[in-house]
Design a protein around this ligand. Structure first.
Ligand code: GRF
Length: 210
């Protein structure tokens, strides 16, 4: 399909770790679900598996050393500088273990998405599967949302539910949630690339594909 030029299509994935969501996105490009590969994969960890993953797909990578750009603001400014240099229009956070400086959020209004392993607004933050189990929740899942100035608070784009079994451990629950993450993140990214998402009074409205 042809993507109108006013829609954002140059995107960067920011990841700190193993990169399974990045891989799911890149596989979805191969399957014709996501229109384009990321233009850049950026990490704050020199040895992030996500960087190797990107290289295998021929995607540009960049490691920005937090020790050379100390503090959230300075580090954020460096990210913005690098993204501007490459004319990146949107950001996909995929396990990026840093809170984004508000300057980045302001630079990309409704152009930054994140995946979180719970049904937001329940269980924002870290260690969420353990917290869901300890709370005795009957279901959990994952959420793709726009990133605003808060932590895991932006408008919700899509969610997938996962039933919690009595026998679940943190690992088994995380695995089932991750499978759903890999399914819904490419869908949300595609909707954004195709210009089908609007935020109206804090709620996301998704136009279906014609
Ligand atoms: C995922 O569970 C995601 O929901 C959370 O960080 C994890 C990243 O995993 N934000 P991966 O690096 O994509 O495998």
């Amino acid at each position: 399909m042809t993507i109108p030029l006013n829609h954002p299509h140059k995107y960067a994935v920011l990841a700190s770790g193993r990169g399974s969501n990045l891989l799911a996105i890149m596989k979805a490009v191969g399957d014709g679900i996501v229109p384009t590969l990321p233009s850049l994969v950026l990490s704050d960890k020199r040895d992030a598996k996500a960087l190797d993953c990107a290289k295998e797909y021929g995607v540009d990578t960049l490691y920005i050393d937090p020790k050379l750009h100390k503090g959230r603001k300075v580090y954020g400014a460096e990210i913005v500088r690098e993204l501007r240099n490459r004319s990146i229009e949107m950001i996909c956070l995929a396990g990026f273990m840093r809170i984004l400086d508000e300057n980045i959020v302001n630079e990309f209004p409704n152009r930054i998405i994140n995946i979180h392993p719970s049904l937001l607004p329940a269980f924002p933050g870290l260690d969420v599967q353990r917290r869901a189990l300890e709370a005795g929740a009957e279901e959990s899942g994952c959420t793709v949302h726009f990133v605003d100035a808060g932590v895991d608070t932006g408008p919700i784009i899509i969610q997938a539910k996962v039933k919690i079994e009595k026998s679940d451990s943190v690992e088994s629950l995380s695995q089932r949630i991750l499978k759903e993450e890999h399914r819904i993140y490419p869908l949300a990214l595609t909707a954004l690339i195709e210009g089908r998402l609007r935020v109206v009074e804090g709620k996301v409205i998704e136009e279906k594909r014609h």
